[in-house]
Design a protein around this ligand. Structure first.
Ligand code: MEV
Length: 426
């Protein structure tokens, strides 16, 4: 057992190479491992060092392209960053099936974010509420002074909402400041606006303000997309009914709905990550929205049209941006946005929602017919073959045998490799 000391004083102040050395010493990393830490890819080490704290390296994932997508009449090549095999292929396949009936139709998406301001210590909540509502214009004015550029471009604080709670800490009045953040994800701007309102709202209400922070449950930023999936291309009436049955399972059972929505997020997060957006914000918003009606529910719905085709629809909050955050700093995120070729954040959200729907349909179709493992395992078997040390030129052959014999295991891959080597040796 190696002795680890995690209390490293001033670690954040050290140059990257020294941090690497400390970790390498403590963990007794070998030359190759240390070299791997020094492979920064398309980043300069200084760039990484300013992105987060205590950097010791950079971490890569595959970037793939989902094909066949037609959304609101336009074709898209969708960049996806994900480690899981089959996801990109599944999305492309579902998009191909949707194409026959015109592809996906995605609604307009507003870029309105919510900032929450928590007012406590209020003796009379109703009175405070009245005062806030009658001074709405002043509140919006103070908020809008914080970002003149946003106002110039047509965005800014547009409205307020009030929510009231009785809590274990007494009454709590929450002001929602609604801000049109245009092409940004918007957390920074709405947080700044909310903080700037502290003194004014405390004076107005005689209360004490505590938290001022964006809500990731962005219910004013809902993205919706729908598509008709062709009955024949899906595999016929039986498959359509099986998918509807699978959907019903998710509708009634949160244990299934969680996995159903995980499949949706496979697509949505892959594009969110590719474009340098905040994946955690999108995840938390999606799952909170899924539980908003009391029971955790699927983010998609399905029904059959008059011709027996399957119609799917997705709705979820999508707080994405094409400016700010990582989107313009990360070289590959910039390139991914270029590949996606969307003109603004609204279009990015429309594509993302369609991708989520495609991903869900593909998973339901596989689960309700042949099962998910077949496709998964074909790809997985190649990874297993590589892990077993199979040389590149034999990977395909060994992987096929693993799948055929239904034994996708490293030990079996080694056994097959030995047999192949014996057979090929003179
Ligand atoms: C796997 O990453 C995603 C699925 O489990 C989704 C689902 O079950 O709907 C296949």
């Amino acid at each position: 057992m190696k002795e680890i000391n995690s209390k490293i004083s001033g670690f954040y102040k050290l140059p990257i190479e020294e941090r690497q050395k400390i970790i390498a010493d403590q963990l007794r990393l070998n030359e190759d491992e240390l070299d791997l830490l020094k492979k920064y890819g398309y980043f300069k080490p200084e760039q990484l060092d300013t992105m987060i704290e205590n950097v010791i390296g950079s971490y890569q994932l595959p970037l793939g392209i989902a094909c066949n997508f037609k959304i609101n009449g336009n074709d898209y090549l969708i960049p996806m960053v994900i480690e899981e095999p089959s996801v990109v292929a599944a999305a492309s396949n579902a998009a191909r099936i949707a194409r026959k009936h015109g592809g996906f139709q995605s609604d307009k998406v507003k870029s309105v974010m919510i900032s929450q301001i928590q007012i406590t210590n209020l003796e009379k909540m109703d009175e405070a509420e009245k005062k806030i509502l009658s001074n709405k214009q002043k509140i919006l004015e103070i908020a809008n002074q914080q970002d003149p550029l946003l106002i110039k471009l047509g965005g800014g604080a547009i409205d307020i909402e009030i929510r009231k709670f009785n809590t274990n800490f007494g009454n709590m009045l929450i002001v929602h400041l609604l801000v049109d953040v245009l092409d940004a994800m918007g957390a920074n701007v709405v947080n700044t606006m909310a903080e700037a309102l502290t003194c004014y709202l405390e004076d107005l209400t005689n209360g004490k303000i505590l938290l001022r922070i964006v809500s990731n449950l962005a219910t004013h930023r809902l993205a919706r997309s729908t598509a008709t999936f062709d009955k024949e291309l899906l595999g016929g009436d039986e498959v359509v009914d099986a998918i509807l049955n699978a959907y019903e399972f998710a509708r009634v059972d949160p244990y299934r709905a969680a996995t159903h929505n995980k499949g949706i997020m496979n697509g949505i997060i892959a594009l969110t990550l590719a474009t340098g957006n905040d994946t955690r914000a999108i995840e938390s918003g999606a799952h909170a929205y899924a539980s908003l009606k009391g029971q955790y529910s699927p983010l998609t719905i399905y029904h059959k049209d008059e011709n027996g085709n399957l119609v799917g629809e997705i709705e979820l909050p999508l707080a994405l941006g094409i400016i700010g955050g990582m989107t313009k700093i990360h070289p590959m995120a910039k390139l991914a946005l270029k590949i996606l070729n969307t003109r603004d954040t609204e279009e990015l959200c429309q594509v993302t929602a369609a991708l989520g729907l495609a991903q869900n349909l593909a998973a339901l179709r596989a689960l309700a017919s042949e099962g998910i493992q077949k496709g998964h395992m074909a790809l997985h078997s190649r990874n297993i073959a590589k892990l077993a040390g199979v040389p590149d030129h034999l990977v395909e052959e060994v992987a096929n045998i693993l799948v055929k014999d239904k034994k996708i295991r490293i030990d079996y891959a080694k056994e097959i490799l030995e047999k192949l080597n014996d057979k090929n040796s003179p």
